[in-house]
Ligand binder design. Structure first.
Ligand code: SF4
Length: 186
């Protein structure tokens, strides 16, 4: 029997930004040189980092952003179906964040005000109604209102250290730490 240790198989990770600003993805890249360690442990599936469009079976799904339209809901449900572990990354995924500021307003009235009634619009301007456009939801929802979420990583964005603490734990088969000193809201 060989003494050489076998290399564990890489975990497959997918990431997505729903109603988010990509700030949480930028914070992931801020783990800097730890990216080399991460690259030895995981391979990326669908993600803005790979530009892969179709989600495959994954070990970990990282969700940035809440749900503001029907496409967000469809993508999130697909992530839940394909990912063994689902993580809500950042305030928008956890509580709706900044996009949820619109929840106090009527979405139908907003669309009419912006696309139809606003001064300066060209004659005949109307609310866009192309079937390819996802329908906006009446309210912005956090992702746990639609699917089961396994871990929550607060912050806006979560710090690079918090993201690394979570990813290093999950890739080592440990529970992510609950360390308030890593949480920040810039
Ligand atoms: Fe952007 Fe903050 Fe929302 Fe992350 S939590 S998507 S950084 S607004």
């Amino acid at each position: 029997m060989t003494q050489r240790e076998s290399t564990p198989p890489k975990l497959r990770v997918a990431t997505v930004s729903l109603a988010g600003c990509f700030g949480c993805h930028m914070s992931l890249l801020d783990i800097d040189e730890r990216l080399f360690t991460l690259a030895q442990r995981v391979e990326f599936d669908r993600s803005p980092l790979t530009d892969i469009k179709n989600l495959g079976d994954c070990d970990i799904g990282l969700i940035e952003g809440g749900l503001c339209n029907s496409e967000n809901v469809e993508v999130l449900r697909n992530f839940r179906a394909r990912c063994k572990i689902l993580v809500a990354v950042g305030a928008c995924a956890i509580n709706g964040g900044l996009p949820a500021q619109r929840n106090a307003l009527d979405i139908g009235q907003i669309l009419v005000d912006v696309y139809h009634a606003r001064p300066g619009l060209a004659a005949g301007s109307a609310v866009p109604n192309d079937p390819e456009l996802p329908l906006p939801l009446a309210r912005v929802h956090p992702i746990h209102e639609v699917v089961r979420v396994d871990h929550f990583l607060p912050g806006c964005p979560p710090s690079a250290d918090a993201i690394w603490a979570l990813l290093s734990a999950l890739t080592e088969g440990r529970m992510p730490p609950n360390d308030p000193s890593l949480i920040r809201f810039d």
